[in-house]
Ligand binder design. Structure first.
Ligand SMILES: Cc1ncc(COP(=O)(O)O)c(C=O)c1O
Length: 348
């Protein structure tokens, strides 16, 4: 049985060009700052994002959590959209590592895209001494659990201007910011220019096997390097991984629009199925989240049948299923997934 893995865009295998670059990579000890390939990757990322400096980190979670640590002090709150990754999927690290508390907020329009009024009502700035002060505002673009929706540049600018006027730093979880940039027809630099720090993943839509980048001012990145080491993320001849990251940065962004078209096509097919509900217009990038409550089955059960009988892998959360497109899934794979979903929903 062929396998169509739509669980995440993290499941991609390195391309032949990445494997060649990894085999040929010039390396050195990166804890001494002597890996030329890592240094090139960091310089390239800083240039692309128009930030002073960048740091290669093993995972997006580590990049985000170093940022939380550097922007806050223990006892502070981090304001974040209620479905944000930093709050929901990073193992309470903001409390374990930084001693901070998440202050989750709902977006007023229900889309997952925060506006300044949503944020403002959750802030504790200059208030009573017995209230935990807000230390950081964390944004996410594209927003994974909100169906890959994108925060437009103008909204990011407005939020950051207001936050900075209150001396509040802003961190952007840009795990999939290249997808957002393609969907919004913006550059990654334009989308992240207003924020104080940004993390993006090489290992998601860009297709590299491992790695993420944290970017900010030179001073912030120097301090981030210390925290990366403290957290066990000081790696040695890691140019073998950075080499794949450089290929990913060069080759992947121009093809992300294909993943977005596949996701939209998938959503259009799903919208026709009995018991499944999604507005295909809401699918802006490579993530498709649809509601299955009217099928009468839990999403996990549907996913189990998709996998067992049709070789289609997806993720179930309560009454929702998430499918993520990526370069290892072709248009034919999307058609196969739709046929499989049609069979499974017909059996109900
Ligand atoms: C939006 C978002 N941020 C951060 C991460 C964390 O990345 P990693 O799995 O590399 O820790 C993920 C991973 O899925 C994500 O989707």
């Amino acid at each position: 049985m062929i396998l169509i893995d739509l669980r995440s865009d993290t499941v991609t295998r390195p391309t032949p060009a990445m494997r060649r670059a990894m085999a040929d990579a010039e390396v050195g000890d990166d804890v001494y700052g002597e890996d030329p390939t890592v240094n090139r990757l960091q310089e390239r990322a800083a240039e692309l994002f128009d930030k002073e400096a960048a740091l290669f980190v093993p995972t997006g979670s580590m990049g985000n959590q170093i940022a939380v640590k550097l922007h806050t002090r223990p006892g502070m709150e981090v304001v974040i959209e209620e479905r944000g990754h930093i709050y929901n999927y990073e193992m309470a690290a903001m409390s374990a590592i930084s001693g901070t508390l998440a202050r989750p907020v709902k977006s007023g329009d229900g889309t997952g895209l925060l506006s300044w009024p949503d944020i403002e009502s959750a802030l504790h700035v200059g208030g009573a001494y017995y209230v935990a002060p807000t230390g950081l505002l964390a944004l996410e673009n594209s927003h994974n659990l909100a169906g890959g929706i994108c925060l437009p540049r103008a909204r990011t600018v407005e939020i950051c201007e207001r936050a900075h006027a209150l001396k509040l730093p802003v961190h952007l979880d840009g795990a999939r910011i290249f997808n957002a940039a393609v969907a919004l027809n913006e550059t990654v630099a334009a989308l992240s220019r207003p924020v104080d720090s940004v993390m993006f993943c090489l290992s998601k839509g860009l297709g590299a096997p491992v790695g993420s980048m944290l970017l900010g001012t030179r001073g912030f990145i120097e301090e981030a390097r210390r925290w990366r080491k403290l957290l066990g993320g000081g790696m040695r001849q890691v140019g073998v991984l950075a080499a794949a990251g450089l290929v990913a940065l060069a080759e992947s962004p121009p093809r992300l629009h294909e993943d977005h078209a596949h996701a939209r096509h998938l959503a259009e097919g799903i919208a026709e199925l009995p018991g499944c509900s999604i507005d295909p217009e809401s699918v802006q990038t490579n993530i498709v989240i649809f509601d299955t409550s009217a099928t009468g089955l839990m999403a996990n059960e549907i996913c189990a049948r998709l996998q067992r009988d049709h070789g289609v892998l997806a993720s179930g959360f309560g009454n929702s299923i998430r499918m993520v497109t990526h370069y290892d899934v072709s248009r034919a794979g999307i058609e196969h997934a739709l046929v499989a979903l049609r069979h499974v929903t017909k059996e109900m």
